[in-house]
Ligand binder design. Structure first.
Ligand code: 6PG
Length: 247
């Protein structure tokens, strides 16, 4: 694993991250003819998704060679404002005209979150041609973090932190939308590239704790990155990176 930290002033934060995503998509398509991306939910990435939906990004990116997955999904209808699929559709998918990516959202109309997780794993395995116990290598994983150190919907003390084989599981959280489906550490650890996208002063403490502290993923799930196989980049705006030592 190699990791780096980019601290970017707020006014250019979204553009800088969008530029990196564009570069990584083009690099993946040039190298392998395709690019798989697991998208982050929550509020932070929405401004980046909006930028990607507009020129020059919308014209430059070979969207028809891209497969979108979701790092996690709240167990609500896709029309619900709490839905991560809804957020991506509003900010990006609905704006892409002719060249559209293949989108593989979690089916939140399945019989239960557990059924949804089982179905989603089957979808990921089919699309990435990863049968049996093979762990697919997603090209780009976008992640946010919460103030408690959660990432995707892997929350502190969750039984999901112990999952070592399945690619995604159903979880109960203490959040507004309690039931969720989340990718698990095995598939996140195997990703080619991981981009943490974090902004706001409210995240500064946990960012410092995770990047400079000695925590592991059982205390702060986002700390899993220290064991990742791929290249990890933290994109922080000035406020989120404000407490890091400048060394
Ligand atoms: C979700 C996310 C979650 C999010 C963090 C940060 O579904 O909520 O996937 O992990 O990335 O909670 O959320 P904000 O960007 O809204 O601060």
């Amino acid at each position: 694993m190699s990791s780096s930290v980019e601290i970017i002033e707020q006014k250019t934060f979204a553009h800088t991250v969008a530029e990196e995503i564009r570069f990584l998509i083009e690099d993946s398509v040039n190298a392998r003819g395709h690019c798989s991306i697991a998208l982050a939910g929550g509020k932070t990435p929405s401004s980046i998704y909006r930028l990607l939906s507009l020129p020059p990004f919308s014209d430059a990116i070979p969207w028809d060679k891209v497969s979108f997955f979701w790092g996690d999904e709240r167990w609500v209808d896709h029309t619900d404002s709490q839905s991560n699929y809804h957020m991506v559709k509003e900010t990006l998918l609905s704006k892409l005209l002719d060249k559209k990516p293949q989108a593989y959202p979690v089916n939140t109309k399945a019989a239960s979150p557990e059924a949804g997780a089982v179905e989603y794993e089957a979808t990921i395995r089919k699309v990435t041609e990863s049968s049996g116990e093979k762990i697919p290598m997603i090209d780009i994983v976008l992640l946010g973090i919460g103030e408690d150190g959660h990432t995707a919907s892997l929350f502190p003390k969750s039984p999901a932190l112990k999952e070592g084989k399945r690619l995604c599981v159903a979880v109960e959280t203490g959040e507004t939308t309690k039931q969720r489906v989340t990718l698990t550490f095995p598939i996140l650890l195997a990703a080619r590239r991981i981009l943490f996208i974090v902004s706001g002063a409210n995240k500064a403490e946990i960012v410092k704790e995770i990047i400079e502290g000695r925590s592991d993923e059982h205390t702060y799930p986002a700390s899993f990155y220290k064991k990742a196989e791929g290249v990890v980049t933290w994109f922080l705006d000035g406020a989120a990176g404000n407490l890091l030592s400048r060394s």
